[in-house]
Design a protein around this ligand. Sequence first.
Ligand SMILES: Nc1ncnc2c1ncn2[C@@H]1O[C@H](COP(=O)(O)OP(=O)(O)OP(=O)(O)O)[C@@H](O)[C@H]1O
Ligand SMILES: [Mg+2]
Length: 248
Amino acid sequence: MQTTCVANQKGGVGKTTTSFNLAAGLADKGMRVLMIDLDPQYNITTAAGVLPPGCEYKTGHVLHQEVTIPEAVIREVITSAGSVDLVPADSSLKKAEDLLIPELFSERRLARALEGLDYDHVILDCSPSLGLLTINALIAATRILIPCQFGSFSIEGIANLLNMIDGVGSGEKVKQLLITMFRSRTTRTNEWAEDQLEPYREIILKTKIRENEALRQAAIEQQSIFEFASRSHGAEDYRALTEEFLAL
Ligand SMILES: Nc1ncnc2c1ncn2[C@@H]1O[C@H](COP(=O)(O)OP(=O)(O)OP(=O)(O)O)[C@@H](O)[C@H]1O
Ligand SMILES: [Mg+2]
């Protein structure tokens, strides 16, 4: 089982879009995937068409060890060749995080909850912060995927995140940067951005996610990009990401 943490403390860079469409892409390949919503904004829960009031248990209950993941999971929020399950969240996750801080080994709760599960891939959609929820995800993960919005990423932010990953690192974790919202026509910005990213060249994925309106619309329609517009640039790019991700 591979556990991938999708993290960047900068907001709006494409974490949820990437988590959701990568999960859908993996399911299209026949994989059994689990998504865990680790964001009190619960965007991936919404994207999956799940309404939190209808869910008895959520990520907060799992982290507080009130239920196991199989008890909290909403099954088959996406079905194709494989399937995607979801542990949903809602805004109470913020309170759950605060209450967790003084508890013993609270940074390892997610890693423990994932032990013994039988999925091909687990995708952890983080909030734009480096708080205890993200630390739990970084510790639980075998891979860390960092979406960076092209032209507006913060080099300092990326460096801080990478330092933090090394700080929590029990065992070597695969770290990769994914360029999102790429615009091929803005030559000046591209040159500037490529210079900025030079120190990280070795960990940048070959696939770039282009800016694509269909990705925005798919999220509103609560569909994966493959379902919403399977011939769009967005679908093409997330299909390529899935292939590159699996080839690793
Ligand atoms: N490649 C893209 N092209 C166009 N729009 C995109 C693209 N990727 C994401 N978006 C849109 O940008 C917005 C932010 O994306 P998303 O929610 O995935 O970011 P996030 O990093 O999860 O944000 P947050 O930090 O708030 O959790 C959303 O409206 C989404 O639909
Ligand atoms: Mg998000």
